[in-house]
Design a protein around this ligand. Structure first.
Ligand code: ADP
Ligand code: MG
Length: 215
C-alpha cells in the first residue's frame, strides 16, 4: 500500500499526519482522497473504524489551503455529525490539522450557550463542525450565512436521518448551494432509502466507494 507521501498532500498536512504517527492511508483513505482532490462529490459507505474522518478532513483541508476563499466572511467548510460526541471527536482531529495553518475552526453543537456560539460565529471561522439542529437554529437566527461555503460534509448521514434531521440538512444545503464546490457524504450503509434520497438531491455525479471490510 502506498504511503501518505504519495498522495501529493500539502506539507503542513503531512507534518500533522506524521505527528499522529500514521504512515499509510487506510483503504478508504486511499480510495477517497485522490477522488476528492480531483474535485468530485463523494458517497462512501464503510464500517466503523475504517478511517473515514481523515478520508474527508485531508482533502478538504488541501482544498482550503490551495484555493482562494469565495467569501471573506462566510465559513468555507462545514462538517455535520449526528451527535455532540461524534462532533467532538471530529473537532479534536480537525484541531490537529489546522494547528499548522491560518485556518480557524469552530464547534457548534446543542446543549451549549447559544449567545456564546453566536459570538464565535461572528468571528468568521473558516471551518465549522456542528450538529444539524443547532446549526440550523443559527441559520434561522442569521448568526451567520453559508453563501460562501465551498465544501459540505455529512458524516454518519444514515444516523442523522434516523434522528429526523432531513429538514435541517435540506435547509442547510439550500442556503449553501449557490457556490458549493463539493459535497461529501458518509454512511455505514447505502442500503437506506433516505440516504439514497438525500444523495440524489445533494450530490452531483458522485464517486462511490463502498467497502465491506474495515481497516
Ligand atoms: P470511522 O469514521 O470510519 O469509524 P475514524 O476516522 O474514527 O473511523 O478512525 C478510526 C481510528 O483509526 C481512529 O482512532 C483514527 O485515529 C485511526 N486512523 C485513521 N486513519 C489512520 C491511518 N491512516 N493509520 C492509522 N490509524 C488511523
Ligand atoms: Mg466516523
Amino acid at each position: 500500500m502506498a504511503a501518505f507521501q504519495e498522495l501529493a498532500l500539502d506539507p503542513r498536512l503531512l507534518r500533522s499526519i506524521q505527528h499522529l504517527g500514521f504512515t499509510q492511508p487506510t483503504e478508504i483513505q486511499q480510495e477517497a482522497i485522490p477522488a476528492v482532490m480531483q474535485g468530485k462529490d463523494l458517497i462512501v459507505s464503510s464500517k466503523t473504524g475504517s478511517g473515514k474522518t481523515l478520508a474527508y478532513l485531508l482533502p478538504m483541508m488541501q482544498r482550503l489551503l490551495r484555493s482562494k476563499p469565495l467569501s471573506a466572511q462566510d465559513p468555507r467548510a462545514l462538517i455535520l455529525a449526528p451527535t455532540r460526541e461524534l462532533a467532538q471527536q471530529i473537532y479534536a482531529q480537525l484541531r490537529l490539522f489546522v494547528a499548522n495553518t491560518r485556518l480557524t475552526p469552530a464547534f457548534i453543537v446543542g446543549g451549549e450557550n447559544f449567545n456564546d456560539q453566536e459570538k464565535l460565529l461572528k468571528r468568521q471561522p473558516h471551518i465549522i463542525v456542528a450538529t444539524p439542529g443547532r446549526l440550523a437554529d443559527h441559520l434561522e437566527h442569521k448568526s451567520f450565512f453559508l453563501q460562501g461555503l465551498e465544501v459540505l460534509i455529512l458524516d454518519e448521514a444514515d444516523r442523522m436521518l434516523d434522528l429526523g434531521f432531513m429538514p435541517q440538512l435540506n435547509a442547510i444545503h439550500k442556503q449553501a448551494s449557490h457556490r458549493l464546490r463539493q459535497t461529501l457524504m458518509f454512511s455505514a450503509t447505502l442500503d437506506h432509502a433516505e440516504v439514497n434520497e438525500l444523495a440524489l438531491s445533494l450530490l452531483r455525479d458522485p464517486y462511490r466507494v463502498a467497502l465491506g471490510a474495515g481497516y
